[in-house]
Design a protein around this ligand. Structure first.
Ligand code: 5GP
Ligand code: MG
Ligand code: MG
Length: 190
């Protein structure tokens, strides 16, 4: 598995440090938005949700939603298919922190923000570990009381680890690394 990684971009220690900083900023900025519903975008956000939750100094609720735009590919389809978007927790009147592994084109988050607003969320902020700013296709408009927290700017490479997958593999790597292109070029998606 490690031999499939071309380059480590952020080590486990880099990520731990940055997540602590993000949690401190969120705890300060959203102190009046409690209980804060940490709504992880499954599956990729599971590590960030777990780590953030432990460092936030706020009362939180935790839930996950599922949206798919990639399938087993390394490029966004450009369409976010909401497969089971409704969280278990009713979002009406809730202050939400959407937690994402990575923002790429922005299609997924925009669809989710619209969906949550339609269901009456009181506020929506976003926390993503990585942001591929150069790839943005859809402007991410948060409601006026929402904030965007991003851990690191990500180069335009396909990365895995710390929750992020290729065809459901590599999610448990404790670091974020660039996947060797020959891995996905030789892999028939199942
Ligand atoms: P968007 O809708 O912003 O284009 O894509 C968002 C989703 O695509 C992310 O939440 C993530 O699941 C997936 N994604 C985007 N870039 C990468 C990447 O470099 N590696 C992996 N593993 N997933 C990515
Ligand atoms: Mg994701
Ligand atoms: Mg994926």
């Amino acid at each position: 598995m490690e031999s499939d990684i071309e380059q480590v971009l952020w080590t486990a220690a880099d990520i731990e440090q940055r997540v602590k900083e993000l949690a401190a900023a969120i705890s300060r900025d959203l102190a009046s938005h409690t209980p804060l519903l940490l709504l992880g975008v499954a599956t990729g956000a599971f590590m960030l949700v777990a780590d953030l939750a432990r460092h936030l100094k706020l009362p939180v609720l935790v839930d996950f939603i599922r949206v798919q735009s990639y399938g087993n590919n390394t490029q966004s389809s450009g369409v976010a298919t909401v497969s089971s978007c409704d969280a278990k927790i009713n979002v009406k009147g809730k202050h939400i922190l959407l937690v994402e592994d990575i923002i790429d084109t922005g299609v997924t988050l925009s669809a989710l923000v619209d969906h949550l607003l339609e269901r009456g969320a009181a506020s929506i902020s976003v926390c993503a570990l990585l942001d591929k700013v150069c790839r943005r296709r859809v402007g991410l408009t948060l409601p006026s009381n929402g904030r965007l927290y991003a851990g690191f700017q990500c180069p335009d490479r396909f990365v895995v680890g710390y929750g992020m997958d290729f065809a459901e593999h590599y999610r448990n790597l404790p670091y974020v690394g660039v996947l060797k292109p020959q891995v996905y070029q030789s892999c028939k998606s199942d």
